[in-house]
Write a protein that binds this ligand. Structure first.
Ligand SMILES: [Cu+2]
Length: 111
């Protein structure tokens, strides 16, 4: 019975297979392949196609926790795995003043 409850919980999260979104970073843009994701496990693939180092920060608006990648060198890639709750998320690059220069986006997560 407990196993069944666990299975149902996984099914409610979308079968456990993570949603994926690509994040392309350049000077000074941050482009998400999708601005809407389903709640549950997600993997962000960060591709730094710029000339400078960049990173990725993800924070649910109103929450304290900030998730992120290490700095990604030009031409390199990183992945960030997260469990997303429904809500609106700020997504940005935290290197120097890149956020103010335009490396930011808002992501919407729904049930
Ligand atoms: Cu940056």
């Amino acid at each position: 019975m407990r196993a069944l409850a666990a299975l149902l919980a996984v099914a409610a999260l979308g079968g456990g297979s993570p949603s994926r979104a690509q994040v392309v970073e350049r000077e000074y843009t941050l482009t998400l392949s999708r601005l809407h994701l389903k709640a549950g496990p997600a993997i962000f693939e960060v591709d730094n196609l710029g000339q400078d180092p960049h990173d990725l920060r993800v924070q649910r608006i109103g929450a304290r926790h900030v998730a992120g990648t290490p700095v990604v060198a030009p031409g390199k890639r990183a992945e960030l795995s997260l469990k997303l709750a429904p809500g609106r998320y700020s997504v940005w690059c935290s290197v120097a003043d890149h956020r103010q220069r335009g490396m930011r986006a808002v992501l919407v997560v729904t049930r």
